[in-house]
Design a protein. Sequence first.
Length: 453
Amino acid sequence: MDRYSLNKREVIVFITILLATLFLLKFNLASAQGISSNQYKLSLSEAIQYAKSQNKWVQAAITAENAAGEDLKDAYNAALPSVNASASYQRFSDLSLFTNGLEQSTTGPRKPTPNAAALGLDALFNIYSGGRQRAMQSEQEARLKLAELNTQDQAGYIALQTAAQYLELVRLNDLHKFIQDQLKRAQTRLGNINSLYRNQKVTRSDVLRAEVMLSNVELTLQQNENDIIIANQKLNVLMNLPDSVSILPTDSAGMPKPETTALLPLLEETGDDSYAIQKSSQNIQVQRARVRSIQSYSMPSLSFYTAYGLNYPNYLFFPPIDQAYTIGFVGLRAQYGISSLYHNKSKIAASQLRVQELQLQQQAVGDNVRTEANAHYIKYIEALNRIMVNERSVAQAQENYRIVSTKYFNQLALLTDLLDADSLYQESRFDLIRAQTDALAIYYRLLYTSGKL
């Protein structure tokens, strides 16, 4: 167990150092390529791996895991003999003897000497205590496994949050490009409408409406830029990076999506690999160990004990002798608490009922996890279908905008129709990006639910 814990800590430290080195290397390369020193190009997988190693919540979970490892060592150390060393010295005052009440007294030194001292060692070794020691070790082993699962769960949850925030940043960046395109269209459209107005082809109302549309697009652009700043700060917090760092996603919303058939193994393994189910199983092991520990108090105990010491003066004889002596002993001590027959009865019953409670909770957790995983799978299929529909919608909305724009500037359509066509085209592009990022977000939620993230 010691060797296992040490190797695991070494691996964690090595991975952390490696990721930090890669981060600095990419940072230097980015600076060498002319990218601003406070900007950093990062892929989705890199962001997830870095957050899983550097996030403060994950580091706190790793610390708790190390503490659980020390608790397990302590449980094994408790089986070692208990050894005590003791020393004492006393200097007694003169002895006063009273007769006839307190009227007559005589005073003299304490015999055989006013000095007394002792120096000794004693040891106690538990031979049998009803399996209490093994129960304590089993409980700490289960707690260590629970701490390890909690670290994995925390890392997976942070990875899920990082993926969601990264995809949000990707969506906002793509929206920023679309809004800039819409802004250019609005500016060009306003210029053309002004030309028509000067030629008395359209009314002043069309010019005002085009200006209002342009102002709304400019406001939307500013709002999106603020959302990008906020999303970037949230991502920096998850990755434990300074607020001044600006993340430039290298992955796009159109990155390849896993096939639905590749997700079927995740559904099959969810019942065994889900973090929630594994932690429920370890909680049951902890409670079972507690039951064995409580039952051990109803069993007899046997221990070996010994002591050896130097004493002064010699009180082994009467009258005491002014001399030092050494003596030691070895022995066996057996104990049985008769009262445990009725004191522990209800405690054992309560502990066994709690085991049944945890087993029912595990079944309920399993049902919820399977339901959640199936829901994510269904929603993922729906998201892929929505992507295909939105791709067609974008092409149709783009063609519709071109047709209506041509008609308007040929005085065959109203400005309302043109602005509606522009809004429809813009909304269809937004919907496509949202569908693409939603599909990836659902995929990562399924990975986390199945214990694979």
